[in-house]
Write a protein that binds this ligand. Sequence first.
Ligand code: SIN
Ligand code: CO
Length: 383
Amino acid sequence: MDLTTFDTATFLSDYWQKKPLLIRNPWNSWCNPLDPDDLAGLACEDGVESRLIELAAGDWLLEHGPVAEERFSELGGKPWTLLVQAVDHYVTEVSALIEPFRFVPNWRIDDVMVSYATQGGGVGPHFDQYDVFLVQGLGRRRWQIGGLCDDASRLREHQDLRLLADFEPVEEWILEPGDILYLPPRVAHDGVALSDDCMTYSIGFRAPSRADLLGNWTDDLLEEMPEEDRYADPGLQAQSNPGEISTEALGALHGMVTAALADRDAFTRWFGRYNSTRKYPDLDWAPETPLSAEDLRDLLAEDALVSRNPASRFSFVRQGGQSVWLFVDGECFECSGASAALAERMCAVPDFVVEDDVAQDDQALDLLVRLFNQGSLGVETEE
Ligand code: SIN
Ligand code: CO
């Protein structure tokens, strides 16, 4: 499915990270990509992150998955909603929903959460830290939005859910199948299902906080730092007051920190690996017996379509000349020549055919072997 009546350039300049936008069914022909029963089935599986929220006596009750199958028949007539995280990792049709939004780079994309609600169901008024496209899949939902929130916004006293205490809607829309509501980070919102079989696909983004960057990068840097790398003052001069921490000493101390943080190559390497680390590592395509270069060459010989594992994260950083650093699932691959071109191609499209001349290139083949063996790439084979 493609977006036909959607102008990316205008969206990016006027709305992205700036203000909400309702996009009335922009698809060439919208078709709900997942059956409600299949979503319920996923929520029952171990290892799939899901939540069930029931609305009872004006309050929201949260249960974490996996959901026991019989739970659905016990819910009765009360409004409820089921939310399943990262459905794009399990369902190809849902992962295809991300493709039209790839005008946002891979590294900023998180995953697709899918919700199912009965009439009146919803998660309550709240705000998120990330941009989201809320695609209405099936049924109807009323979305109300309020102002911008932050850490100081008052929350309801609730054990499990971060619900806004003072939600004041300023705008509302009723979304029909195919309609999309874009929300930038921190906009208060509340979606209530107006029908049974209400399904919403949240195409979610991510943006690291400064605290995440600093905390995680320094943890990584610390692993490499020898004990003897410490402050030294062979030129120490006697001070008039021994209590003073001199400007020179402070400059040297601060310099030790800033010099470590100024290492751009180390940052690039760390960030690429950190950012490409999978959120749910257990979903694995890795073959039971590792493939050899020969095995893979045979596999590719028939113009086989190679696919990225939808749970894998692919991105690259250009180095000088024709080289790139490719980051996949927490690993860094230094690529040049044919393997660099291949790396760029696999970051650009979710599936591709490996041309003969590329398969003949040892470095490119080695890259493919490693990505197949770590479960980041796969090929459809006839059963
Ligand atoms: C939903 O699909 O019900 C909730 C999505 C959201 O508000 O973030
Ligand atoms: Co939300």
